[in-house]
Design a protein around this ligand. Structure first.
Ligand code: IVH
Length: 687
């Protein structure tokens, strides 16, 4: 491969990895399994090793993905919260042990083996025995402060037992414990039945449900979900803990009444290691909590520092991921689903088969390329798996079992729902139906609009949406706002009472928080988190509509693709503009929206209570974004420099404000100093 081909590939891999990081960490809606993600990362590492000039500090191979969420204040970690090196084959496990033996110059290395809980990492600090803060991993250096939510997790104690210090030889004053928060399969099932009743999409797996729950702004909701935790690590915030082994560490956690997993074993040799791994693999599917592998750790804590860490993972530990459980079944058909933004998704309709604890009858094939790559033909026997117990996936065809008359699926040129043309955008994997009035799209948009996290319109489930569309009472979204009560009441299965309650729900939608309304509009690529970010930057639809692309790109948490291709193109579409106008006319979108502020600003932020003035041209983030960021950190932005100004942020070609600031002795910072400050405070420009 020549350098320019490698550069293209590196850029492609980087943007794909960034997109999947965003889906996994921020939107809690991954599209690929961990092993597929690791394959992308491995390929990038390989290219960077072959072409070192293409590697730099910003590469995703050099840092862990970020789940930072700007709605929560952030705090630095006491020590970096890194990840673990993943492995999928037993040879990697022996290579790990051999490496440690070589480095320590000893053969007798005890290794602990424990379940790898598939949840969300949490760091909880106790000072003098009282819980003070609980942080998510965030970007590994700073985490989101979710203390209040963490208190609603079963097993996270507010107070440690009285004589807690006795558990540690070094008797530290304060400690930090780290562990994994999770949701049991039975709780998830109960939650999903409830969601189904309410017409909400089910949560794909316990990990996503956990991540989503921890980022909820309503503590009551967190408490109602029944999250639990297993702790596996103790750090002393200052000084040492005096603990000698990981086993001692676990015993200390138990002595503090903190939950610790029961299946943690110590292996003294290779056979023991293999036995314990097999034991854990066998437990999978029998436990009520999700495990996706085993974690191996060198038991002797005193050698951990010596073994050190890379930027992403410690060299004293290894994650061994279990192979996804597989099954074979028959592909009955491939159907095409039309999504809310017109994206056509091929779906494999399967003869129902039992897989990793549930019955699988359908699997998304994602896009046409994937379908073609697999060369699926109805009648084929296919292998299916649940990658990381996420969504079922078709792995491939059992070619020997292919019937003679099996024919490939023909990809249509017209939308299966409305016959409009199907087109593929340049650089996009997706094909889209080009007709925004397509009934399948409108049905999906309406369902999304009414959903709980959007407008939360009770009484408008999937069935109701179909009825409204089929009877022509609604043809596009704004029609909802002038539905006739009598016409609704006359629909089969409805009546005056349910019609009234629907109309009330629709009326109440007008008073939903602005972020919920943005989410409800269904901008492509905009989940709850991004909607909330947009809501705090653009205070109403008029501001949102005039958002410049450079502003969108510079928003923390928005990748370039989401910013330009999705949001930018959506807002520029004449039909969308007409719809937004209609929604303004109906009184749904307004001048004064209800903007939910982030819960609290970190009190120790450098920006807190300071007054800033912006001048000149900012190139990496426009003025409105700079202003939003300052405000999000508790600062204020005013128009003119005075003695009360704390700092002037000066871009290129600053005007008279710079001279005035210099005269008054006001601190002046250029754009990169400003961005560096923001980064110090944990507000990343491109994460
Ligand atoms: S020890 C330096 N032990 O898996 C990281 N992690 O893929 C030390 N995890 O970030 C982590 N179960 O969130 C450890 N028994 C366990 C675990 C565990 C789940 C998570 C954790 C970690 C991730 C790495």
């Amino acid at each position: 491969m020549d350098i320019s081909a490698a550069r293209r590939e590196v850029l492609h891999l980087r943007s794909e990895i960034a997109r999947h990081d965003n889906l996994y960490y921020r939107e809690a809606a991954p599209e690929i399994s961990d092993s597929e993600y690791d394959a992308l990362a491995r390929e990038l590492t390989r290219l960077e090793m072959n072409f070192p000039e293409l590697a730099d500090a910003d590469s995703p191979t050099r840092h862990v993905g970020s789940d930072r969420d700007a709605r929560f204040p952030s705090l630095p970690h006491s020590r970096p919260m890194i990840s673990l090196q993943n492995s999928y084959v037993l040879e990697d496990v022996s290579a790990f042990v051999d490496r440690v033996r070589r480095e320590l110059g000893r053969m007798d290395i005890d290794v602990t083996v424990e379940p790898k809980i598939d949840g969300v990492a949490l760091a909880v600090r106790y000072e003098a025995g009282r819980l003070t803060t609980a942080l998510t991993r965030g970007d590994g250096k700073t985490g989101d402060d979710i203390t209040n939510n963490a208190k609603a997790i079963r097993g996270v104690l507010d107070d440690l037992p009285e004589r807690w210090r006795d558990a540690f030889p070094a008797r530290p004053r304060s400690i930090e414990v780290r562990g994994e928060v999770y949701l049991t399969y039975s709780r998830l099932q109960a939650l999903n039945s409830e969601r189904e009743r309410d017409g909400d999409d089910p949560l794909a797996n316990p990990r996503n449900a956990t991540a989503g729950t921890l980022k909820t702004l309503d503590v009551e909701v967190v408490a109602s979900r029944g999250l639990e935790v297993f702790f596996y690590q103790v750090l002393s915030i200052e000084g040492e803990t005096g603990l000698a082994t990981h086993q001692d560490e676990l015993a200390a956690l138990r002595a503090l009444n903190l939950p610790v997993n029961d299946f943690i074993r110590v292996a003294t040799d290779g056979d023991g290691l293999a036995d314990h791994l097999a034991e854990l693999d066998g437990l999978r599917g029998k436990l009520d909590y999700p495990i996706d592998g085993a974690v191996l750790k060198i038991n002797d804590l005193t050698v951990h520092d010596r073994l050190g860490a890379t930027a992403k993972a410690p060299r004293w530990g290894l994650a061994y991921k279990f192979a996804a459980e597989e099954a074979e079944t028959v592909l009955r058909a491939v159907t095409l689903q039309v999504g809310r933004t017109g994206v056509i998704t091929p779906v494999a309709e399967l003869a129902p088969v039992s897989l990793a604890g549930s019955i699988v009858a359908r699997a998304s094939l994602h896009n046409r390329d994937e379908m073609t790559r697999l060369d699926l033909r109805p009648g084929d026997t296919v292998r299916v798996a649940k990658g990381g117990d996420i969504i079922p996936k078709v792995l491939g065809v059992v070619i020997d079992a292919r019937p003679d008359d099996a024919r490939p699926v023909i990809w249509p040129d017209q939308c299966p729902a409305c016959d409009a043309d199907i087109l593929r955008e340049e650089d996009e994997a997706a094909y889209r139906c080009t007709n925004p009035a397509c009934p399948a799209q409108v049905a999906r948009r309406l369902g999304h609009f009414a959903g709980r996290e959007a407008c939360d319109i009770d009484g408008l489930g999937e069935k109701g949406v179909v009825q409204l569309l089929e009877t022509g009472l609604v043809t596009h979204l704004p029609d909802l706002f002038h539905l006739s009560r009598d016409a609704v009441a006359a629909l089969p299965g409805w009546g005056e009472k349910s019609a009234d309650s629907l109309l009330q729900g629709i009326e109440r939608a007008k008073t939903r928080p602005w972020s919920a309304k943005i989410f409800a509009l269904g901008l492509p690529g905009v989940g709850v988190t991004t909607a909330s970010l947009l809501a705090r930057t653009y205070r109403n639809v008029f501001e949102l509509r005039s958002a410049a692309q450079v502003d969108l790109i510079a928003m923390p948490g928005l990748g370039e693709t989401t910013a330009i291709k999705n949001i930018g193109a959506f807002l520029a579409n004449p039909r969308v503009i007409a719809m937004l106008d209609d929604l303004v006319a109906e009184g749904f979108l307004r001048d004064h929206e209800i903007v939910e502020e982030r819960p609290s600003v970190p009190a120790d932020s450098w920006f807190a209570n300071k007054t800033f003035v912006l001048t000149g041209t900012l190139t990496r983030c426009s003025r409105s974004v700079a202003k939003a960021r300052i405000e999000s950190m508790g600062g204020k932005v005013t128009g003119s420099v005075s003695r009360r100004t704390d700092a002037l942020v000066a871009g290129a070609d600053p005007g008279s404000k710079l001279a005035k600031a210099q005269k008054l002795g006001v601190e002046v910072m250029d754009e990169s100093a400003f961005l560096a400050r923001l980064r110090d405070e944990g507000v990343d420009d491109e994460d």
